[in-house]
Design a binder for this molecule. Structure first.
Ligand code: KMH
Ligand code: ZN
Length: 274
């Protein structure tokens, strides 16, 4: 089976130090968490940034600082900034990290509008998705297609047919966000069966669903995402001390299923980056 790409979503936009004091806000903390994940086996860092007080931001300068800090500690890691940002941000705000110089190798592309945990709405209209894809295509940025429900996969397939989303496609299936598809083996299998065979996919499960969902993906030949953005616990009632601890647990699961871990160079090859 193909080597396993591990993505660490180290920070997110919603989780706070009240949830786990190790959630990074400052540039130094972001660097520390990226390094712990990379050292444990992550080849991709999915990156949100915060102001020092924890406020989520998409400021380009803040991303630049975070990129510099991470690359100093983990020179060959793939950094995948979020273009989802936080609920309520404008499209212009959200897109800022793709205009870094040099542009990032990857970025997320969120593939539909949804209720997002309670009263929030995460807005990604069809025109927004097309616009974000166009902007990323201009700089050759590899998009990770964020699908929080199966209708978002259908949207991707439609836009791909129209030539607006390019191959080879790489999906991230997010299961367990309230308002999105729930985290069950049946739902994950359905998502996996819904994408073309030449696609790649990674999987993340929210909260207690993190490791059960990731385990299925590892077993089926998919890839894995863990990190504080999705879950702050190492096991029931035990807070993770770092993103690295969560990545280490994925490496152990991969070992059980006989999957070797991809280096960043190998991840680039698998994802057709560069
Ligand atoms: N923070 C969520 C509203 C992404 O990174 O592209 C969106 C999100 C997805 O986290
Ligand atoms: Zn994110």
């Amino acid at each position: 089976m193909e080597k396993l790409i591990i993505t660490a979503a180290i920070c997110g936009a919603e989780v706070t130090k009240d949830d786990n004091k190790n959630v990074p806000y400052t540039i130094e903390e972001i660097g520390r968490e990226a390094e712990s994940a990379y050292t444990s086996g992550a080849s991709i860092i999915h990156l949100h940034v915060r102001e020092d007080d924890g406020l989520p931001t998409q400021r380009k300068e803040r991303f630049k600082q975070a990129f510099d800090e991470i690359l100093q500690r983990c020179p060959d890691v793939i950094i995948q900034p979020s273009t989802g940002g936080a609920i309520g941000m404008t499209n212009k705000e959200r897109l800022q990290p793709i205009y870094l110089d040099p542009p990032p190798e990857m970025a997320t592309l969120d593939c539909g509008t949804m209720n997002f945990g309670g009263d929030d709405i995460f807005v990604n209209t069809e025109n927004t998705i097309i616009y974000f894809a166009e902007e990323m295509n201009k700089s050759g940025i590899k998009y990770e297609l964020e699908c929080f429900d199966v209708g978002m996969v259908d949207m991707v397939l439609r836009l791909h047919k129209k030539g607006q989303i390019k191959e080879p496609m790489h999906f991230n299936f997010v299961l367990g966000v309230i308002g999105g598809i729930s985290a069950s083996p049946r739902n994950l299998n359905f998502l996996i069966e819904s994408i073309p065979e030449n696609s790649t996919y990674t999987v993340c499960g929210i909260g207690r669903h993190e490791f059960p969902m990731v385990s299925i993906s590892i077993k089926k030949g998919g890839h894995a995402r863990v990190g504080f953005e999705d879950n702050v616990y190492l096991s029931k009632g035990v807070l993770a001390k770092s993103n690295g601890e969560l990545v280490e647990k994925v490496v152990e699961i991969a070992d059980e299923f006989g999957r070797k871990i991809a280096s960043p160079t190998e991840a680039r090859k698998i994802l057709n980056i560069g």
